[in-house]
Design a protein around this ligand. Structure first.
Ligand SMILES: Cc1cc2nc3c(=O)[nH]c(=O)nc-3n(C[C@H](O)[C@H](O)[C@H](O)COP(=O)(O)OP(=O)(O)OC[C@H]3O[C@@H](n4cnc5c(N)ncnc54)[C@H](O)[C@@H]3O)c2cc1C
Length: 380
């Protein structure tokens, strides 16, 4: 077992980090994070090879493995966490559509444009009364002749304002069904209403909207999977590599900014960083980020070797989100009032860290899954 990144892997990370800093951060305002809207950013991502990351080359993608993708999202997040999160959300759905499911030719033909960022994808699972427990969704699709008729509502859908396609999870036939289907729905489908953007704490770049399906009729060729629940879990496994890598990117960025700031900021005649209490706190954070980073790389490597990774994925997700939250909270405090301004890197990354404890399964749900696995081991 080699516990070191190769030269190629290090370069992939550094390139993504440099690209993100030079394209998405502004020197004009002192601590400004992201300067671009997601729509503008997608074109820049695409022109520079950051769309379609996990898709094979023959489908118009970049052909990166899981570890390489994790390194890229970590590097992108160093420059701008929220844009790294948003492009990851699009890329991940695209990768799944291109590689996971046994899709129709009609869907396969859309994949190259998705991979190029010309068609943005979103993932629509959550509903008003169904978040942590996906099996309780009530949106449903009835098959009549060759078409599905979709009814119901979704909530909190990221990139919904920009998306052309939605990977929608619905019950099979009726709200009480035990089976979940995944269907690819176009934005312009009659009967589909996309609500206004929900204002999100501290993350103005992110669009997040409700959706309503009022007898949306789609060809059954738009079926992505009849094993929706299983596919959701597979999707969460993949997100458990990429989302934690974003946590590590933002955590390292705020540590670096804090070290720099406290090295210059004088109080009681000395740079604040010269105080032992401050150094010890930063030492703790730095150690946790280093540990979290290697947990991400290990989980990504396991995904690449196709091992069963479930518990590892949940541990990775849990630890990275907790470390990012602790790091951004403490570093914001180290900046004093300067960290508390709207849209500063500190406040933006703090808000993103909080989101990363909620989205794709809350920290509590991660603990429940890990705990159940441990209980099973106790009973073996
Ligand atoms: C900005 C943003 C973007 C999002 N993007 C998307 C998206 O693109 N697509 C999508 O489908 N969804 C999206 N979501 C939804 C997100 O995945 C859900 O919010 C998340 O899964 C949690 O569901 P919930 O908010 O309904 O919380 P709930 O399930 O209502 O839980 C509330 C609280 O109770 C805790 N809890 C629940 N059950 C238990 C239990 N058994 N034991 C102990 N504690 C428990 C939870 O951890 C949480 O703290 C997004 C959410 C946000 C905020």
């Amino acid at each position: 077992m080699t516990i070191e990144l190769s030269i190629k892997e290090k370069k992939i990370f550094e390139k993504a980090k440099d690209f993100s800093i030079s394209n998405f951060t502004s020197e004009k305002r002192k601590w400004k994070g992201c300067d671009k809207s997601f729509k503008d950013a997608v074109k820049i991502f695409s022109d520079n090879g950051y769309c379609g990351l996990g898709l094979p080359l023959e489908l118009g993608g970049q052909g990166y493995n899981f570890l390489e993708q994790a390194l890229i999202y970590e590097g992108l997040a160093y420059g701008c966490g929220v844009l790294s999160f948003l492009i990851q959300a699009h890329n991940n759905v695209t990768r799944e559509i291109g590689t996971f499911y046994n899709t129709s030719r009609e869907i396969k033909e859309l994949v190259p444009d998705m991979a190029a960022g010309k068609r943005i994808n979103a993932f629509a699972l959550t509903e008003e009364s169904s978040g942590s427990d996906p099996s309780s969704i009530t949106a449903y699709a009835e098959l009549k002749a060759d078409c599905y008729h979709i009814h119901g509502k979704k909530k909190w859908i990221v990139n919904a304002a920009e998306a052309i396609h939605f990977n929608v999870m619905v019950k099979d036939g009726s709200p009480n069904s035990h089976n979940i289907l995944m269907i690819l729905l176009d934005r312009n489908t009659p009967g589909l209403t996309i609500g206004k953007k929900t204002p999100i704490m501290g993350l103005s770049t992110m669009s997040c909207c409700d959706m309503e399906f009022n007898n949306c009729i789609v060809s059954k060729k738009r079926m992505l999977s009849v094993k929706g629940y299983e596919e959701v879990l597979t999707d969460i496994d993949a997100a458990s590599v990429f989302v934690p890598s974003i946590s590590m990117g933002i955590a390292q960025r705020v540590i670096d900014l804090t070290v720099n700031y406290l090295g210059q900021r004088i109080s009681f005649d000395k740079p604040i960083i010269s105080r032992q209490g401050v150094q010890w706190a930063l030492a703790d954070l730095s150690t946790k980020v280093e540990a979290g980073r290697w947990l991400v790389y290990k989980t990504a490597s396991l995904m690449d070797s196709r091992n069963k990774i479930s518990i590892q994925a949940y541990e990775n997700n849990l630890y990275a989100a907790e470390v990012a939250m602790e790091t951004t909270t403490k570093c914001l405090q180290f900046f004093g009032a300067e960290g508390y301004t709207e849209n500063s890197v500190l406040s933006e990354n703090w808000a993103l860290a909080k989101l990363l404890q909620i989205v794709d399964g809350t920290s509590e749900i991660q603990k429940i899954v890990i705990g159940r696995e441990l209980e099973l081991q106790a009973n073996e």
